[in-house]
Write a protein that binds this ligand. Structure first.
Ligand code: CA
Length: 409
């Protein structure tokens, strides 16, 4: 079994920087979509790729769990960096890592970047989106169609770097002659219908041409997000020796454990920037792993993605506020619980499609009825604070405003 591949990443027409990173280093292929503000998103996704590159030698095709382990290491490293540096706080990234083995593709996955498989007339998403809307579709609360248009479709429930541990999905696809595999960030899948993606993969004879056309479709559709694609074409038989196309040729498990130097499927000359609206594109380099991350300094892009950790926290979509992505583990507010007690919550007071984004952290002994009327509305809406310490200070402040028992009606 042979594979040839192509790849392309673009900032798009709206964002100021490219927070996506990708890696093409036979037998490993990665798409990572960072979040947390322009710089932090870059750092998150490129750190994922760095860790994967450094630990590529530990990837063992006979034990796909080794891929999950590498992704967990990437998670730990990103989390560590976010803890060390305040400006990176709350950053995270998706990560879809594919390892080619002889006749198989192993995939380790976290987030809402996707792996797709085109086989004959069937085009299927191989990965499961770790998003709020995907979960609601599985629970029968949203249709696929509604999910695709949902304003909070980018709220993701799992990402690298948000918590010190992460669950990693691992799956294996047995490859067949003619299979076409796509890894992409949601800048493609949210802008271009699956049917159009499948048509390009079916029509293009060359994976780099397919990658280029897919990105062009996303840009033509508005290019609202960074868009990154890695395309792999699988064939039976010997490699053609075409120097323009990287080939993963019949790798044994042993060979796969020690990756060969990356071969790069050199793309055709890129269209000029004025044609694609691209701020900058770093050309792929031969003979080394290619990590694309647009370094253009710019004001923070308007956020659109919120991270929701299912354990304790969530993040509210920037779409709700117009700016900023919030990691819910770092968000606090004061509200009122169902029994009427002032309560400190971790998370955000808003709901998304009826789902709360908060958990009660501390229930105080303070009753809302004992507080002056003018704070009732604020408390019902939720008074946002910066930290748990600020929450405690706010509660103390409220306690001071509560009416003494002898003045209560
Ligand atoms: Ca994205």
């Amino acid at each position: 079994m042979n594979a040839s591949w192509g790849a392309r990443s673009e900032t798009g027409l709206v964002r100021k920087g490219n927070e996506d990173s990708y890696l093409v280093q036979e037998p490993l292929f990665v798409v990572a979509d960072g979040m947390g503000g322009h710089i932090a998103g870059d750092v998150a996704s490129s750190t994922a790729v760095e860790v994967i590159t450094n630990e590529a030698g530990q990837a063992d095709a006979t034990n796909p769990e080794t891929l999950a382990q590498i992704v967990r290491h990437a998670n730990a490293r990103i989390f560590e960096r976010a803890e060390e540096d305040n400006s990176l706080h709350g950053m995270g990234t998706t990560c879809t890592l594919l390892m080619l083995d002889d006749g198989r593709a192993h995939i380790a996955h976290v987030g809402d970047s996707r792996a797709y498989l085109l086989r004959n007339d069937h085009f299927d998403q191989v990965t499961e989106d770790h998003t709020l809307v995907a979960r609601m579709v599985r629970e029968g609360r949203l249709s696929e169609e509604e999910a695709h248009r949902h304003p909070q479709r980018s709220v993701i429930t799992r990402a690298l770097g948000v918590d010190d541990e992460v669950d990693v999905d691992v799956s294996t696809v047995n490859l067949e002659d003619g299979d076409r595999v796509l890894l992409c960030s949601d800048g493609l899948s949210s802008m271009v219908p699956d049917k159009a993606i499948a048509e390009v993969l079916a029509a293009e004879a060359d994976p780099q041409s397919a990658a280029d056309r897919l990105v062009d479709l996303a840009l033509d559709a508005g290019g609202e997000d960074n868009v990154t694609v890695v395309v792999l074409y699988v064939e039976d038989g010997e490699a053609s020796g075409d120097p323009e196309v990287g080939r993963a040729t019949g790798m044994s498990s042993a060979a796969a454990a020690v990756p060969a130097p990356a071969a790069w499927a050199a793309p055709a000359e890129r269209a000029p920037a004025e044609q694609t609206g691209v701020v900058s594109a770093i050309p792929p380099r031969a003979t080394e792993s290619t990590v694309v991350s647009d370094e253009t300094p710019a004001r923070r892009s308007i956020a659109r993605r919120l991270v929701v950790s299912l354990v304790v926290l969530a993040v509210v979509a920037g779409a709700l506020y117009g700016a900023g992505r919030y990691a819910l583990q770092n968000s606090w507010f004061i509200g009122v619980n169902e029994d009427g007690f002032v309560t400190v919550y971790q998370g955000r007071p808003e709901t998304i499609a009826g789902m709360t984004l908060s958990e009660a952290e501390e229930v105080t002994a303070l009753r809302v009825d004992d507080l002056p009327e003018y704070v009732h509305d604020d408390l019902e809406e939720g008074i946002k604070v910066e930290s748990l310490e600020d929450a405690h200070a706010a509660v103390t402040n409220l306690e001071n405003r509560s009416r003494p028992p002898d003045e209560r009606g």
